[in-house]
Design a protein around this ligand. Structure first.
Ligand SMILES: *Cc1c(COP(=O)(O)O)cnc(C)c1O
Length: 435
């Protein structure tokens, strides 16, 4: 049994003291505000820099300096095989077999590459079902894929929106929409955790429903990878993509990861866009004609690895390997639960804002989205002036837009690797002091 939450600094400090992951905080650099660590809650946007990143990057610069082109074959981690040094740890983060994952490119690029293989519409089956209010890049990727195949976005893209008066999606409604469009559905593409509301969708239920109507199920895990527990293999997802610079702390523009379920990864006939790095490794340098894909997700690679960004990613994955996702998730539920508790305590006197994010821990990751009906930007600016790093998004959920800065969302993500219960407590104290 965990002790019930208390709204005191002593309680928060006690929680930190008992936290088996507390030492990980020291492995990261915190931006400073007035000579102390900021209350950094934007790991959902750009994770903090691991202190080990610099040495990892310098190591590869040194390797290049010393070996030139021979760096591809020398050293403990020769560049020729670099992507392989990331697969085991990546597989642990997303719940996959090693052959099912590969690190390559960037997120939106990989989303397109996966849709090349998994969105091949016919005149009968051409629809893509996705959540309303998906991240804009995903909306543009889907729209352009649909147009590229000669379909009309208005007909081909089906968005599942919350019910009137509600702010998040019900799984039963997602499934009903999939069933309604049935055999016209080519692909069901959902975010794992919605970037705006913080809702973590029921990915196994969505996958099952998609497969029941003969469609593929793919996921954008940008806000889920490194945040929630994923079991992509067991859930039977067809594909997934994610980025590494949010919860995975691998730096701005860091590389993306992709998952292709083994039943597809081992099918060399599955259409794809090819490049030499996805070609059978034993023949890659024979420069023969005729593409022969590698087994697994590796067969979707196009280019040789971006070593400098991969090196930083590797340094970060090493930390995840030490901390382990189950331990991170256990702390995360407790930490985000504490933030929710403190916000609800404040509500007892006055309701100036409410949480969009579901209160069921199974239906969210670490992020809480605080909705402010009016004057939200002012509250956000006050928090920023007091050393909080969070972010502000104008409202797009509640119909008629208000004047800029009025209705909107402050997204706050206490990250279990480096945020503390004291961070959360201090944030809530700032909210309390605001009037
Ligand atoms: C962050 C994010 C992106 C960003 O895409 P990039 O290609 O990495 O710039 C795309 N989709 C979702 C859902 C995101 O959260």
């Amino acid at each position: 049994m965990q002790a019930p939450y208390q709204a005191t600094l002593a309680f928060a400090q006690q929680q930190d003291h008992n936290d088996p992951l507390r030492a990980f905080r020291d492995q990261f650099y915190f931006p400073q505000h007035n000579g102390r660590d900021t209350l950094y809650f934007t790991g959902n946007s750009l994770g903090l820099q691991p202190k080990s990143a610099e040495a990892a990057l310098l190591h590869e610069l040194e390797h290049w300096k010393t070996h030139g082109v021979e760096g591809h074959f020398r050293g403990e981690m020769p560049w020729m095989y670099y992507h392989k040094f990331l697969t085991a740890q990546t597989a642990h983060v997303v719940g996959a077999k090693e052959e099912e994952v590969v690190v390559m490119n960037t997120l939106t690029t990989n989303l397109h590459l996966m849709m090349v293989s998994f969105y091949r519409p016919s005149s009968e089956r051409y629809k893509i079902i996705m959540e309303a209010g998906a991240f804009p890049s995903d909306q543009y990727a889907v729209e352009s894929q649909v147009c590229w195949h000669g379909f009309e976005p208005e007909q081909a893209i089906v968005e599942v929106a919350p019910r009137a008066g509600e702010e998040t999606l019900r799984t039963e409604d997602i499934i009903a929409v999939i069933e309604k469009h049935g055999e016209e559905t080519a692909l069901v593409l959902f975010g794992g955790v919605n970037y705006y509301t913080g809702q973590f969708f029921d990915l196994p239920a969505i996958t099952e429903a998609a497969h029941r109507v003969g469609a593929y199920a793919g996921f954008d895990l940008a806000h889920a990878a490194g945040n929630v527990l994923l079991h992509l293999h067991d859930w039977n997802a067809d594909f997934a993509v994610w980025c590494s610079y949010k919860y995975l702390n691998s730096g701005p523009g860091g590389p993306s990861g992709a998952f292709v379920h083994e039943r597809h990864g081992n099918n060399p006939k599955l259409p794809r866009f090819a490049g030499w790095w996805g070609h059978d490794e034993s023949e890659r340098f024979l420069m023969h004609k005729g593409f022969k894909p590698m087994q697994g997700a590796a067969g979707w690679q196009l280019s040789n690895a971006q070593i400098f960004s991969f090196a930083v990613h590797k340094a970060s994955l090493d930390i995840f390997e030490q901390a382990t996702m189950p331990a991170l998730r256990a702390k995360s539920e407790r930490l985000t639960g504490y933030l929710e508790f403190l916000i609800r305590e404040l509500h007892k006197s006055e309701e100036r804002y409410h949480l969009l994010t579901p209160s069921d821990p199974a239906a969210r990751g670490c992020q809480l989205s605080i909705f402010t009906p009016r004057n939200g930007k002012k509250l956000f600016d006050y928090l920023s002036e007091n050393g909080v790093v969070a972010d502000w998004r104008e409202d797009h959920l509640h119909g008629e837009p208000t004047a800029p800065g009025e209705a909107g969302v402050i997204r706050v993500a206490p990250v279990p690797l480096y945020n503390s219960f004291q961070d959360v407590f201090e944030f809530a104290e700032l909210l309390k002091a605001y009037s």
